[in-house]
Design a protein. Structure first.
Length: 213
């Protein structure tokens, strides 16, 4: 969960106080199918939280060279104890990420982008730190037209609860646009949780096809 606005940082410190990821099981099958299985893959879990997903990923491929990044210092302190072999960074996303260009072979951003103010910056930064031909898997809660209409009719207050952590709402179209705007090539996409068009989330796998851009 990522933002470096002072109020938002405080919010996410409270958010992760004694909390684990609530929907790890829902998205695990999709993520598991896309985990790189080669050795010495530089892998970034962007918005790693307390490490529920990264712990599972390293059981599938313990030879990944894993890095986690999150805005919550409390979450990072927790995951360092859980996964001592990985590197972790407490980050600020209104600034450049603390990684060199072309650092990672694979980036996972699972249910993170809906928490970010400066979406243009962070999509560009993720592409910058991705190696040429590297891949990124992004998942966000799905907000298609039919689902939003039904939610507005029967459960508006809970669906758009102003106390929840989500500040961005993605459709397939505007998620794809973000990818294409920074020059990422979409390889595949899909939905998971419930059934389309009421799916819980949408995911997209992209490739960095060149060094510049």
């Amino acid at each position: 969960m990522l933002s470096n606005k002072p109020a938002m940082k405080k919010f996410y410190e409270r958010y992760w106080d004694g909390r684990e990821s609530e929907d790890t099981d829902i998205k695990w099958n999709i993520i598991k199918q896309n985990i790189p299985l080669s050795e010495n893959i530089h892998f970034l879990d962007f918005g790693c939280g307390t490490g529920a997903l990264l712990s599972r990923i390293l059981k599938v491929n313990p030879k990944l060279l894993a890095t986690g990044a999150d805005v919550s210092k409390q979450a990072i302190n927790h995951i360092k104890k859980k996964i001592p072999t990985a590197n972790f960074y407490n980050i600020k996303v209104d600034e450049k990420l603390p990684f060199n260009d072309n650092s990672f072979d694979f980036i996972l951003a699972a249910d993170v982008m809906e928490h970010i103010y400066d979406t243009e910056l962070i999509f560009s930064e993720l592409k910058r730190v991705l190696k040429p031909k590297g891949k990124i898997l992004i998942s966000v809660p799905y907000h298609g037209m039919i689902k939003n209409i039904l939610a507005s009719l029967v459960a508006f207050d809970s669906y758009f609860d102003p106390t929840q952590a989500h500040i961005r709402f993605y459709t397939k179209g505007n998620l794809f646009k973000r990818m294409k705007n920074v020059g990422l090539k979409i390889i595949k996409h899909g939905y998971y949780g419930r059934f389309y068009p009421l799916s819980h989330a949408i995911y997209v796998v992209c490739e960095k096809s060149n060094i510049s851009g």
